[in-house]
Design a protein around this ligand. Structure first.
Ligand code: TXA
Ligand code: MG
Length: 321
């Protein structure tokens, strides 16, 4: 049984009790819902992998209520301090070296010497993290390879009965996952584009390399080719939907499609990001119900948040195993 909790005093207290007891609670962040477990408890971390059906080589992000508690577990660098000052709380994840004595279970980082840390900008997440007073490991709260959840209903659609509770804080405002930036090498490397744009990061620390990790050993599993995939095949850069396709629209849609989801009528990238995963889910459902055979996606400009949106869309459209 998965309890649905409200983010009031009683619901938060229950979520804290469950997490401190080694159980799993999904909670909202500003990006997507996370599937949280006590990061210092190897068994809780193992339960996260089991609930998701996630390949074990995927390291998880640890969530903290503030920069000071994060930097107690990983070694800050000047760039990390500058970025934390600029973007935390917010949708930026920093990969840094673990400090000696870091209590985070090795399994949470899939055995790596490094750890991904972030301070989410969601009042309920921050209240929860403060009260738990332990790092909370939380991948997106979906089955491995599926579309990330931006509502509690999405979480339950994939994980009901597999996790202990979901804290329902309503829809997530940003809608795409955090930007993952590796600060452990000689130059900063963007491992996953996300809610904080590359341009915004560059304005604080200068040029950022794009990560093109070897396909055999992805450093960021968001980089696995087919990820975020709906059941229906996805076709990108579509001018119009075919007779048997649903349409994911960005800006005024061409007529004719039997199922249309509008990411942003006015072409606003932040609005489109917030709607992206809900749109893919909605078209996957209505499209299959109507007997359609695919999802056509109108082009989204490749700048700012569009980079993160197109990254997720390309993964949704990638050939499946
Ligand atoms: O917005 C988000 O980041 C959401 C919310 C819940 O915070 N979380 C999320 O987690 O998207 P997940 O597990 O789905 O993605 C974590 C990303 C992966 O691409 C993973 O490879 C990368 O972070 N990552 C984690 N630890 C890492 C490490 N030590 N080195 C390199 N990449 C790491
Ligand atoms: Mg994910």
């Amino acid at each position: 049984m998965t309890d649905k909790l409200l983010p009031d005093a009683a619901g938060l207290a229950r979520a804290v009790e469950l997490l401190r007891g080694g159980l799993l609670v999904a909670f909202a962040t500003e990006t997507v819902y996370g599937l949280g477990g006590d990061a210092t408890d190897g068994r809780a971390v193992a339960a996260i992998f089991a609930a998701k059906g996630r390949p074990q080589f995927n390291p998880l992000i640890c969530h903290y209520p503030d920069a000071a508690s994060a930097f107690a577990h990983v070694a800050a660098t000047p760039a990390a301090l500058a970025l934390a000052g600029a973007f935390w709380p917010g949708p930026l994840t920093l990969v840094l070296r673990r400090r000696t004595g870091c209590p985070v279970a090795l399994l949470a980082a899939a055995g790596l010497e490094t750890l991904a840390v972030r301070v989410p900008a969601h009042p309920d997440a921050l209240a929860l993290l403060r009260a738990v007073a332990r790092p909370v490991a939380a991948p997106s709260a979906n089955r491995s390879g599926a579309v990330s959840p931006t509502t509690a209903a999405h979480v339950l659609a994939g994980l009901a009965g597999r996790i202990d509770a979901v804290l329902d804080s309503g829809p997530c405002p940003v809608g795409v996952e955090s930007t993952v930036l590796d600060l452990t090498g000689p130059r900063p490397v963007l491992l996953r584009p996300g809610g904080v744009t590359r341009e915004a990061i560059a304005a604080v620390i200068g040029a950022v390399d794009s990560g093109a990790p070897p396909a055999a050993a992805p450093r960021s599993p968001g980089l696995l080719a087919s990820h975020y995939a709906p059941a229906l095949p996805v076709r990108l850069a579509a001018r119009a939907a075919g007779a048997d396709e649903a349409l994911l629209a960005f800006g005024p849609p061409p007529g004719g499609a039997r199922a249309v989801f509008q990411l942003s009528e006015s072409g606003d990238l932040a609005e489109a990001a917030a709607n992206l995963f809900a749109g893919l889910r909605a078209l996957d459902e209505s499209g299959r119900r109507l007997g359609l055979r695919g999802i056509a996606v109108m082009p989204v400009p490749d700048s700012g948040l569009g980079l993160a949106i197109n990254d997720r869309l390309q993964r949704a459209a990638a050939p499946r195993d």
